[in-house]
Design a protein around this ligand. Sequence first.
Ligand code: HSE
Length: 298
Amino acid sequence: MIRIDIPATSANLGSGFDSLGIALTMYNRVWMEEYDGLEITSVDDTPIPTDETNLIYWAAKFLYNECGKTLPGLRIRQENNIPMARGLGSSSACIVAGILGANRMLGTPFSQNDIIRIAAKIEGHPDNTSPAISGGLVASAMEGERVYSVSVPVSEKIRFAVMIPPFELKTEQARGLLPKTYSREDTVYNLSRSALMTASLFSGDLQNLRVAVQDRIHQPYRSGLIENFDNVFRMSYELGSLGTYVSGSGPTIISFVHADEAESFAAACETHLAERGVTGWRVVLLSADPNGARIIVE
Ligand code: HSE
């Protein structure tokens, strides 16, 4: 069997809507092999589709079709550590597992660039799938179906306090609230900040992050879907966040924190959330994953 380890991802980073994303040190694990039939199991108690609607299976089949081949059947085993529908790239992790696993089973006919393109085609935007494949901080642009993307390492001075609420938010719902057009002022506001974000995360100029996360494209329209949004944002800055943003389309909220202060920040968050009656949220400390998805033959 082959095993694919796929990192969680955080898209947008505030200002970089549909274009910036980062891989994080939380992983789903998927075992896969060709099989005469379809057998899908979970090694934990996460409910997953066990029929042809399973996204890993669907993505694997898609890749076989792209290659002009028919997928005979598949045995899949899933370990699900990335919480679903929380803005941490759980569906991208499934897509990436399916196409990377299928590519390996077919003898690697597709290059990494092809995989990045096919993953973005399935997902519709590249900001989760590209970092899940490449690791690091990834800036991506799509031209038609082609994806141009660059992965750069993230300064080791930065860690991520990932605040995960006890409720889900579907990306389609969160995208459905966004306007069709934006003013030039709002566009320039975001363009300048997302450029600042990329340069600052790479260089470690941490004082820029508070401004670089600011956004007028999506967060203002989505905040109403996230219970305790204001509470959590305010608390994070009171406790010394370098910059706080909605991860992907939410509802998870992430603070950039100094690596030296990360443990005390996370502990203080948990205390303050409890004091404010905000219950059920988990605070997880993660780092940037520099490698992206890995295939291991077992
Ligand atoms: N860029 C996407 C969005 C990420 O914000 O809708 C969610 O998958």
